[in-house]
Ligand binder design. Sequence first.
Ligand code: NAD
Length: 391
Amino acid sequence: MSIMSSKKIGVIGSGTMGSGIVQLAAVSGCEVIMFDAVESASQKAVGKINATLKSLVEKNKITQVDADSAFARIKVGKSLEEFIFCDLVIEAIIEDLAVKKELFKKLEAICIPTCILASNTSSISVTSIGSACKDPGKVIGIHFFNPAPVMPLVEIIPGLATRADITNTATTIIQSWGKTTVLAKDTPGFIVNRVARPYYGEAIRIYEEGIADFATIDWAMKEFGGFKMGPFELMDFIGNDVNFKVTETVWQQFFYDPRYKPSLTQKRLYEAGFWGKKTGRGYYDYSERAVKPEPIKDEATGKQIFMRIIAMLINEAFDALYYKVATKDDLETAMTKGVNYPKGLISWAVELGFANVFKVLDDLHFIYNEERYRPSVFLRSITFANTAKSQ
Ligand SMILES: NC(=O)c1ccc[n+]([C@@H]2O[C@H](COP(=O)([O-])OP(=O)(O)OC[C@H]3O[C@@H](n4cnc5c(N)ncnc54)[C@H](O)[C@@H]3O)[C@@H](O)[C@H]2O)c1
């Protein structure tokens, strides 16, 4: 057993993410203790993990012996005091700053001083969570994607006060669980949840302007971009409750920058409880008798839709690079492994031509006269530098 797999891991919150993280850590050889404010949630998670392990055995992805020993390494805690000897505690509770801060304060008082305290938050600042602790140096963001045992990417987010050795140890542990890690600056949405915003926002805007319907926009992105799912299919899959909340939080945290402004269309879906696949209705109807609408496969419109959305995504990636949210390599890895994009956005810009991407944005900026479409200063300077070189 390696040093990393002999670690004792604590997971707080046994919901969607917590249960996945528990399974992953246990299968990777760690002793895991889980706790949830609602006891039945942990029991439910244990049942779910048991069923998943069984199906992995049936599919020959794991041996019966390994499944049994992984399951035996999982313990349900009755109180936080049982987390005292953990080497790493990962919090995956409700997305609420005040509740998270309260928990981190308690954990710091309970756990041994060397314990790393991590948050799986999607959109709250790691620095602000860490500020609840006397030693914010040991607080870090470890952001898994859903489902945690399956998705290969994990974003590692040091807060302003996080010590380098904590970042290194957290990264080594997560990599020893078979994950690909990327390092992200503690900024709203980190890498993936920031850079991917236009995939949803610009698609909705195109729909709101009456340019095309959901099915046509989804078709355009799959046909001309090679995306596995169109924006509306993906929002329905993620859940319009989750997707809308992330958009709203990122927008608020960027001091209401219009580039991230949420849409009324999605807000109404959220309010109506049309959250997507899980509620049977979202942008599409998932009931048994529903007939999936057919796209209008007009090539010129499809290509225009694709270019508008991809240009907005590339713009976001360039801005993230410009503001040093991540390195170029980590940006490319994050978008291909975190949200299954067929290509990294920087390489895509090279392929499409910087000048072509810039022109789409510049035209949109001119036509709408909205801040939303302002080209990133980085994309602008690269485009002009290239043009100057070729003259
Ligand atoms: N769902 C996703 O796709 C996703 C992806 C990445 C990150 N996240 C983040 O992970 C966290 C958890 O999300 P989720 O989707 O698993 O939520 P969830 O609602 O499925 O589970 C949250 C669990 O936390 C428990 N809980 C709430 N407050 C608690 C407290 N004070 N102490 C102990 N337990 C408490 C709840 O009872 C619930 O079982 C959030 O911060 C979310 O932003 C979610």
